[in-house]
Design a protein around this ligand. Structure first.
Ligand code: BG6
Length: 515
């Protein structure tokens, strides 16, 4: 290990090689610090940033939650979660210790003004001790019903404003951002009564994934794809977010959400708007978000009739698992789930985007739990050749697949001639793999997004009108689900979803990819 200079607690080393740049000195306050999100994702992501010197030269982190805990106990639990969940290549004992030194804890009820007074004095004390310049980042990682309470208390304690008129104060708000259009509008009002839109970062962690950002680079950083990216060349688009996991220990949340709220309204529609958007004038928050929101607003609204024909919901029943002999439980047997639950764990939908670029090109979306593999991908299916010179070969169109996870990369399929005398053709693929090219594994999307927020870059976060547009689109589906009882379960755990989902594409003469 190289000799080090003495540093103050929370005072990171001068920049090492890293792909993300350091932010201003600041204090990060995590509300819900004893929860799962904080333990599994946020604390390890913050450690990762600190270990790469991307946090700031000086920083402090305050955990805030109801559970009484000392600073030392919070530090110990943070080190534990770093060891379990941070990228192993960044783990170094000394850095773990230094990171832990920058952590403090405030216990308090979210509705009690005195808890926020305690938080305020802790913030002031850390500001003074580590010269943090009054920059503050609040991260709401609590259950969503507490968001308005925290926002109100931050306002009352005077914490939503810059303490010195020069520093920045920002707030990251986790999904779910509301549970329907009305509640999302109400939450926007609550938030925007206290914070200005510029201070607000509505997070969707999918946007922090490298391959999701790479979609914009593929489209707008290269000259060869964009001319083909439209109704003249694209037959249809398939967007899949498939998980092998079931509902795990999250029934309390999932029972009130379901796949449409949990995945379609957020992650899957984010991917859709990135695929379908027009080139932005610049890669900045205003231009990119304007274009994405225009896509959401161009999607043909769902009606009773189109929901019946173009939306399929499902719930997994018991199934054979993934190659092992143990039978996986059906959703209704998962801990905390109602025996007659009508919560959907699978949704497939067919969207029409009514604009010049995409008119007549269906976008098929699907997401589900307990599917055969964990894969998120976007597949652009191009039209086949207009005239088939190679008769009798039944050639399908080319497909460009963006693998969002787990094998991050891009692959394009085309036809090649098999060696030999005969003119026989075979589909082959040209593959680009992140892992092979850059040696990079799946990076923490949270690290990227927290760093962006600390640098004041909101490009990869949602705007108030963005979340509302996404809710406006799914709201009729949610209402319809609510008022029409499903016949569940309708797919076995470990399979690719209900038969009706296959029919959705077969009806159009197409079929789902089996990634
Ligand atoms: C979360 C959903 O937002 O995304 C989960 O609430 C889902 O239900 C998760 O499992 C998927 O994210 P990732 O990054 O693991 O694909």
């Amino acid at each position: 290990m190289t000799p080090r200079k003495h540093r103050e607690p929370g005072d990171a080393e001068p920049a090492k090689k890293s792909s993300i740049t350091a932010a201003d000195p600041c204090t990060i306050v995590i509300f819900g610090a004893s929860g799962d999100l904080s333990r599994r994702k946020l604390v390890p992501a913050l450690y990762g940033l600190a270990a790469q010197n991307c946090l700031a030269r000086r920083f402090a982190i305050i955990g805030f939650a109801r559970t009484p805990m000392s600073d030392e106990a919070f530090q110990a639990s943070a080190v534990d979660s770093v060891k379990k969940f941070a990228d192993a290549s960044t783990l170094r004992d000394e850095e773990c210790k230094e990171f832990a030194n920058a952590l403090a804890y405030v216990a308090g009820e979210y509705h009690r003004p005195e808890a926020f007074e305690k938080l305020k004095s802790r913030l002031e004390e850390l500001d003074r001790a580590h010269k943090l310049e009054g920059n503050r980042l609040f991260y709401l990682a609590t259950p969503p019903e507490v968001y308005p309470v925290i926002i109100d208390q931050l306002d009352k304690a005077g914490l939503a404003k810059s303490p010195n008129g020069k520093s920045w104060v920002r707030i990251i708000i986790e999904k779910p951002y509301g549970r329907d259009l009305d509640s999302a509008k109400k939450l926007n009002q609550t938030v925007l009564n206290v914070f200005s839109e510029k201070q607000v970062y509505r997070i969707d962690h999918y946007l922090g994934k490298d391959t999701v950002q790479n979609l914009m680079v593929l489209r707008f950083g290269n000259g060869i794809f964009e001319p083909l990216w439209n109704r003249n060349f694209v037959d249809h688009v398939q967007i899949t977010a498939a998980e092998t996991l079931g509902v795990e220990q999250r029934a309390a949340f999932y029972e009130t959400a379901g796949a449409t709220r949990d995945m379609i309204q957020s992650h899957v529609l984010q991917l859709t708007s990135l695929v379908a958007m027009e080139p932005p004038a610049a890669f900045d928050a205003t231009a990119v978000r304007n274009e994405k929101i225009k896509v959401l607003q161009s999607i043909r609204p769902f009606t009773e009739e189109s929901i019946r024909t173009d939306v399929v919901r499902g719930q997994y029943g018991p199934g054979g698992g993934r190659g092992d002999s143990s039978l996986l439980n059906g959703y209704r047997k998962e801990p905390g789930v109602a025996k007659d639950s009508s919560t959907e764990t699978y949704v497939a939908a067919r969207l029409q985007i009514d604009n010049w670029r995409w008119a007549g090109v269906p976008f098929y979306l699907r997401t589900g739990k307990r599917l055969p593999s964990r894969v998120s991908e976007i597949a652009i299916h191009f039209r086949s050749a207009p005239h088939m010179v190679f008769r009798g070969q039944g050639l399908a169109g080319n497909t460009l697949v963006l693998n969002v996870q787990p094998d991050e990369g891009i692959s394009i399929s085309f036809h090649a001639k098999l060696p030999g005398q005969e003119m026989k053709l075979k589909p082959v693929a040209m593959d680009f793999s992140y892992q092979k090219e850059f040696g990079a594994g799946e990076r923490s999307a949270y690290a990227t997004l927290i760093n962006d927020c600390m640098r004041g870059d909101a490009t990869l976060f949602d705007r108030a009108d963005g979340v509302e547009s996404a809710w406006a689109l799914v709201n009729p589906i949610l209402d319809w689900f609510e008022s029409h009882k499903p016949k569940f379960p309708n797919y076995a755990a470990g399979t690719w979803g209900p038969e009706e989902a296959d029919k959705l594409l077969e009806r159009d003469g197409r079929h789902w990819r089996k990634p």
